[in-house]
Design a protein around this ligand. Structure first.
Ligand code: F6P
Length: 546
């Protein structure tokens, strides 16, 4: 990789010149000039068809962007990840979530040791355990079979499993409910507890560290609820855990047979492929989970072995960098036009923003360019009736990803026709816009309000269906996209120091907030700024009256 600063690289400067040359062009004209634009700028890989023709790019743009990727060491970075090198430099860790979906005989090494025997042994345990629970062989403390799964975790120990379980609802065992609790607000846990029977419930405590305050608080509350009804001895039959901190999980009272390990080379937001997927496995069965892994593995092989210019995650990454850095686009909107994928934007928010929301490069120098965008989104067509106004007419440029499954839960029925029509219409409207000249029947005063500039870019991913396999491919596609962008920006996509300060300050505020009266807490709060102290005291005043 070139050691020159990013913006001084000839590849970067060539892109700047190219962006300036394209600035007067409208997507409408690019389509009019090239009837084969879709064929030229779309890509089929197995059950995914990616259309990136509605972007402000020419075929040569991708060549220039691929050159940037090459000089920024994307090929070397990719190889280093698969080789188990410690590319998470600030935490001195390898980044090997790809090992979790390696279903071949291939060895995956960290520090000269093949991690696959441990990975396979854990998969086998997950299968045995989940089969026992699902078949009713694993019984609760009162002899009842398990009918309710409650996943307790937060961040990557929550968003991934919750999204996947929801997306694969059609594959769930109807006799087993699955709920997800993450928020320390007791209201969330209570809502779940109100609908379950303790003797039929298995709590799955997911925490890579087993020290996360929200998760340990919710796990303790769940434990207290259970033991108040079934006694201390019931914990072993009603709790399972997933953690790198196996000792802490066992200390919590969870039986060794129900504690599943993960490893420090699995980042939280990349952990759905590990035992963190246990709630999904319990709900949908191990074979379904294996298909999820198979889909991700197929995307891994494509990412690992395909040249940069024909590599789907790389292409999507480069298009993203193009808008972030050369068009000053602050955000990316992601719209799944499929109810089953409605939680994907939440998963992506953590994946992308926790990975690339960084202000320094790997060597600690301030970044000289923009880095990861703001990710937001929501299901289509609902989002059309909320934030799409801004996408169409705001002066801000917000590139969009549309994700559509060709087959709905009910096949290709009329509801799918309507969904498809809406999704395609939106990408078309964003791209084409509507010129004032076409508004002859509209009163003149209204014309500026009804004009659409168009020239607003989008990618469309058409998925054959929402199967575990396709879902695995989709998630892995975005994971690799985010990684490639991090390599181009030169940031460490695998740490998250930005979440630490708030955790520390919350911990230091807790003694004051657990005090009985405001007077007692005042002393402790003297060291804080007047806003923080004032807000805390307002809380304590209310608390004193309750
Ligand atoms: O606070 C952020 C974070 O560390 C995420 O990266 C992680 O997914 C989440 O907290 C939960 O952490 P754990 O799985 O260790 O409880």
């Amino acid at each position: 990789m070139s050691s020159s600063p990013l913006t001084t690289l000839p590849a970067w400067q060539a892109l700047q010149t190219h962006a300036a040359a394209l600035s007067g062009l409208h997507l409408r004209d690019l389509f009019a000039a090239d009837p084969d634009r879709f064929a030229r700028l779309s890509f089929s890989f197995g059950p995914i068809r990616a259309d990136y023709s509605k972007n402000r790019i020419m075929p040569e743009t991708l060549g220039l962007l691929a050159e940037l990727a090459r000089v920024r060491g994307v090929e070397e970075g990719r190889a280093a990840m698969f080789a188990g090198e410690r590319i998470n430099t600030t935490e001195n860790r390898a980044v090997l979530h790809v090992a979790l979906r390696n279903r071949e005989e291939r060895a995956m090494m960290v520090d000269g040791v093949d991690v696959m025997p441990d990975v396979r042994a854990t998969r086998a345990r997950l299968k045995t355990f989940s089969d026992a629970v699902r078949s009713g062989q694993w019984k609760g403390a009162t002899g009842k079979v398990i009918r309710h799964i409650v996943n307790i975790g937060i961040g990557g120990s929550h968003l991934g499993p919750m999204f996947v379980a929801d997306a694969l609802k059609d594959f769930q065992n109807p006799g087993l409910s699955v709920a997800f609790v993450s928020n320390p607000d007791r209201a969330q846990l209570d809502e779940v507890l109100a609908h379950i029977e303790p003797g039929e419930t298995l709590f799955v405590i997911c925490s890579k560290t087993f020290t996360t305050a929200e998760t340990t608080a919710n796990a303790s509350a769940a434990r207290a609820w259970l033991t108040a009804r079934l006694g201390e001895g019931a914990v072993a039959k009603h709790f399972a855990a997933v953690s790198t901190n196996v000792e802490a999980a066992q200390k919590f009272g969870i039986h060794a047979d129900a504690v599943f390990p993960m490893w420090d080379w699995v980042g939280g937001r990349y952990s759905i492929w590990s035992a963190i997927g246990l709630s999904v496995i319990l709900a949908c069965g191990y074979d379904t989970f294996d298909q999820l892994l198979a889909g991700a593995e197929a995307m891994d092989r494509h990412f690992e072995t395909t040249s940069l210019g024909a590599n789907l995650p790389v292409i999507l990454a480069l298009i993203g960098v193009w808008y972030t850095d050369f068009f000053d686009a602050p955000a990316v909107a992601v719209m799944p036009y499929d109810h089953r994928l409605k939680l994907f934007p939440f998963h992506l928010q953590q994946l992308d923003m926790e990975s690339n929301g960084k202000g320094v490069t790997k060597d600690g120098a301030p970044v000289e360019t923009k880095t990861g965008p703001i990710i937001f989104g929501g299901g289509g067509s609902d989002s059309q009736h909320s934030f799409f106004q801004l996408l169409h007419q705001s002066p801000r440029l917000i590139p969009c990803d549309f994700i559509i499954a060709l087959k709905g839960a009910d096949g290709a029925g009329p509801s799918r026709d309507l969904l498809m029509a809406n999704a395609l219409a939106q990408t078309e409207a964003l791209m084409k816009g509507r010129a004032a000249a076409d508004l002859t029947a509209t009163p003149e005063a209204l014309r500026p309000h009804r004009e659409f500039t168009g020239n607003r870019p989008s990618n469309t991913l058409l998925l054959d269906e929402i199967s575990p396999y396709v879902l695995g491919m989709l998630i892995a596609l975005y994971e690799h996209k985010v990684f490639v962008q991090g390599l181009i920006w030169g940031v460490n996509s695998f740490d998250q120091w930005g979440v630490e300060l708030g955790k520390e300050l919350a911990k230091s505020l807790m003694p004051a907030l657990t005090e009985k009266g405001p007077a007692a807490a005042e002393g402790i709060l003297q060291s804080r700024d007047s806003s923080t102290a004032g807000l805390a005291l307002a809380y304590l005043q209310v608390k004193a009256q309750l």
